[in-house]
Design a protein around this ligand. Structure first.
Ligand code: BEZ
Ligand code: FE
Length: 303
């Protein structure tokens, strides 16, 4: 089917979409002028192709309304609906491919992955070698559950083009607890638990104590969850740790690393896994603060 073909036997007005596109005024926002014709063509073609009913269209409108009503600064349901439709992962891929065309070194750089809705921009800055488990969480039942997952995580931040270490890079890290909840979702965890920012040393090294990650279901008590159910899909994200790495002269990297032994590695509800981001946690001997060891280097593209 071509862009201008209304599909089937042209039973719908063949000029309708063009007339909606033509309604855009000369002074329209330049980027909207560029992208809206494609959006209108795809949305109209979709409606014609499936013979969208009034009830189906209203159900979609109501889903968006409900997602908006549910969204707060702690929960972004509209983003979650986009995530389960693969849109955040696709936009992430487009952004990294655009860099690919601008910069040769992207092939060697660590791939990006979606930010997700649980990032907090004000995590505490911690000294290299310290733990992102809040001291207030120690001795709690939560901590007892977390103990078998204690992990030492370290590595270097390097230039993707020269492989030279990058000092003073900042790693912002966050992950869900062993109950599959981020601290802002979980009254059992102290504020900012399992979040922290680390600065690489003169050799580009970072080091922290954290947890081996746990798979979790994305929030599925709203429209995103209902849609998953209607599509006979599962709501799980494979076990992962989030990172944002920033360094002067380099492109910021938003990414996740995935535990390759997790059972949901091939079943990510938001389609964010990439093979280069799978990591293996090794058993760690002789460290009372960690049962697991992960060594992982991040390679950043120049700005
Ligand atoms: C996350 O990894 O935190 C996430 C990403 C997309 C949707 C839900 C959660
Ligand atoms: Fe996550």
């Amino acid at each position: 089917m071509t862009m201008h073909d209304n599909g089937k036997d042209n039973k719908y007005d063949p000029h309708f979409t063009d007339s909606v596109i033509a309604a855009t005024g000369r002074n329209a926002h330049p980027r909207l002028k560029q992208i809206m014709p494609a959006l209108l063509r795809h949305v109209h073609d979709f409606a014609r192709e499936v013979d969208l009913t009034v009830e189906e269209w209203m159900a979609g409108v109501e889903m968006i309304n409900e997602a908006g009503r549910m969204s707060t600064d702690k929960r972004n349901e509209t983003q979650l609906v986009c995530d389960i439709l693969g849109l955040e992962s696709l936009v992430d891929e487009i952004a990294s491919k655009l860099i690919l065309h601008a910069k040769g070194s992207i092939n060697a750089a660590t791939p990006s992955a979606v930010l997700g809705p649980f990032y907090r921009s004000d995590a505490p800055t911690l000294a290299n070698g310290s733990s992102i488990i809040s001291t207030l969480a120690r001795n709690s039942t939560w901590y007892i559950r977390a103990m078998p997952l204690l992990a030492h995580i370290s590595g270097q931040v390097l230039s993707a083009s020269t492989h030279k270490p990058i000092s003073d890079a900042v790693l912002d890290v966050w992950l869900a607890g062993p109950n599959g909840l981020y601290e802002q979702q979980d009254p059992e965890q102290p504020d900012m638990n399992l979040r922290g920012r680390f600065r690489t040393d003169e050799n580009g090294r970072y080091e922290m104590y954290a947890l081996r990650p746990t798979a979790y279901p994305i929030p599925h008590d709203g429209p995103a969850g209902r849609l998953l159910k209607l599509l006979d899909r599962r709501p799980y994200r494979p076990a992962h740790i989030h990172f944002i790495i920033t360094a002067d002269g380099h492109r910021a990297l938003t990414t996740q690393v995935f535990d390759c032994e997790d059972k949901y590695t091939t079943d990510d509800a938001v389609f964010a896994t990439k093979k280069e981001l799978f990591v293996k946690f090794e058993e760690k001997e002789g460290d009372e603060k960690a049962k697991w060891e992960l060594t992982y280097d991040f390679l950043l593209c120049e700005a």
